[in-house]
Design a protein around this ligand. Structure first.
Ligand SMILES: *Cc1c(COP(=O)(O)O)cnc(C)c1O
Length: 441
């Protein structure tokens, strides 16, 4: 399919981009560096479909890495943004949409009594960390290998997402002092957590974890003796006077209506002290949020001593998009999402099994990812042991067949409520060939 327009094609755009933008992209994974080739430059998208500058149509399984949970250019969301734009783009003053969006989150997520809106997930985790350090008067933060919390200096060590995709140990440009205050442990390793707290518990401000890691592929928290890993972390942290920050930037309002907390915290047996959100909360516009207990959030300026601010925070277009997205996320939407997710998982499993490709599919609620290895993945070490070359062959065959997957073996696949049975049929038609390509060494 080629269009008759004379707009520049992806290859021309990519070479121009590389002149003026580092590696031609504004976020590393977009450069296709680990899979090779030229990234399609997207010109427009509707529902589950993307169109690029070459006139090619793709079924999208990236969904802007999570936000487009109702599909692209959802009519109600676009109309809400259009209407908000007509009333002004930014006021730098309180506006009604902020209140509505905060109330929606507080209604859905029980541990969140108050929250602040920011402009990205990175800002959310950075700010939550600052609050945790202020509340405890301690410096050390504990994170897990393979978890990604945005590009916050203190949280880049052994991070997931692009850091995992490009096999980087962390990031240059982080000071030794910052690195010293971050302890990285293997995900799910309770003995390592217990040992660290026995030795340094009094120095630890907080543990930060993805509620269900999904930036090294999906690695759900496991139960031991009936106690989930997140609950274990909250109990261990609290026993030492430290806090638990649960990062739901990716899982929030996607894993379930109440995020991943709705899955492993619904019984009220534990609660994080602070939580972070992003992606779905802005429906495609730049929004993040951090929230939690009122006494902790009360430490923020102007009432408290912790400074945090933002010229565009609580932007009226962004809150309109977020509110319209939430309005579309009723029980029926999560059923549609869950059903699309399960159907796609089955189609992928069937195709890879038929072609004899080792794989394991892991889930956290409606979220899932495919590892190209035949054993369960419980940690970053195990995620890295997959056959990324097989993924690369699979990825390019899917792309060739018109299905746009995340260009990395370490990312979740994102469906939306616009992934109808007809759309899934189009993916089903491409999967067997791509699975055979993956099998071909
Ligand atoms: C995407 C992500 C972030 C960072 O959010 P940005 O909006 O990209 O800054 C933080 N934490 C998790 C778990 C994420 O998936």
């Amino acid at each position: 399919m080629t269009s008759a327009t004379s707009q520049p094609h992806s290859t021309e755009l990519f070479s121009r981009a590389q002149q003026v933008i580092p590696s031609g992209v504004n976020s590393p994974v977009r450069a296709f560096g680990s899979v090779g080739g030229t990234p399609p430059f997207v010109t427009d998208a509707k529902g589950a479909l993307l169109h690029d500058a070459d006139g090619t149509e793709y079924v999208d399984l990236v969904g802007s890495w999570g936000p487009m949970i109702l599909g692209h250019a959802n009519d109600a969301v676009v109309e809400a943004v259009r209407e908000a734009a007509g009333r002004g783009l930014s006021f730098g003053a309180p506006q009604p949409g902020e209140v509505g969006l905060a109330e929606e989150v507080v209604r859905r997520i029980r541990p969140v009594e108050q929250l602040r809106l920011v402009n990205s997930g990175t800002e959310a985790t950075m700010s939550a960390l600052r609050v945790a350090r202020a509340a405890t008067g301690r410096d050390v933060v504990v994170k897990f290998a393979g978890c990604y919390h945005g590009h916050v200096d203190a949280l880049l060590a052994e991070a997931g997402s692009g850091v995992a995709t490009f096999a980087m140990p962390g990031s240059a440009g982080v000071t030794a002092a910052t690195a010293r205050d971050t302890v990285v442990l293997p995900y799910g390793d309770r003995a390592a957590v217990t040992a660290l707290f026995a030795e340094r518990g009094a120095e630890i401000a907080a543990i930060i974890t993805e509620a269900a890691p999904a930036n090294m592929g999906v690695v759900p928290p496991l139960e031991e003796d009936g106690i989930g890993f997140n609950r274990f972390l909250s109990e261990t942290a609290h026993a030492a006077g430290a806090l638990l920050i649960s990062d739901e930037v990716l899982t929030g309002f996607r894993a379930s209506r109440e995020g991943h907390y709705g899955i492993d915290g619904a019984d009220g047996s534990w609660a994080p002290d602070l939580m972070t959100f992003g992606k779905v909360i802005g429906g495609g516009l730049p929004v993040g949020a951090f929230g939690g207990r009122k006494d902790l959030m009360g430490l923020l300026a102007p009432a408290g001593p912790v400074y945090q601010a933002g010229t565009l925070s609580g932007n009226p277009l962004a809150t309109a998009a977020g509110l319209a997205t939430f309005a579309g996320l009723d029980e029926a939407a999560y059923e549609t999402l869950g059903s699309a997710s399960r159907t796609l998982q089955q189609l992928v499993a069937d195709a890879l099994t038929t072609a004899g490709v080792p794989h394991v599919i892991q889930t956290a609620g409606t979220l899932f990812s495919v590892f190209f290895r035949d054993e369960t993945v419980r940690s970053y070490e195990e995620a890295k042991a997959q056959d990324t070359a097989a993924f690369t062959r699979f990825f390019h065959a899917m792309l060739e067949g018109g299905v746009y997957l995340p260009p990395s073996a370490f990312e979740a696949w994102f469906v939306s409520t616009a992934h109808t049975p007809e759309i899934l049929d189009r993916i089903a038609a491409v999967l067997p060939g791509a699975a055979r390509a993956a099998a071909r060494d």
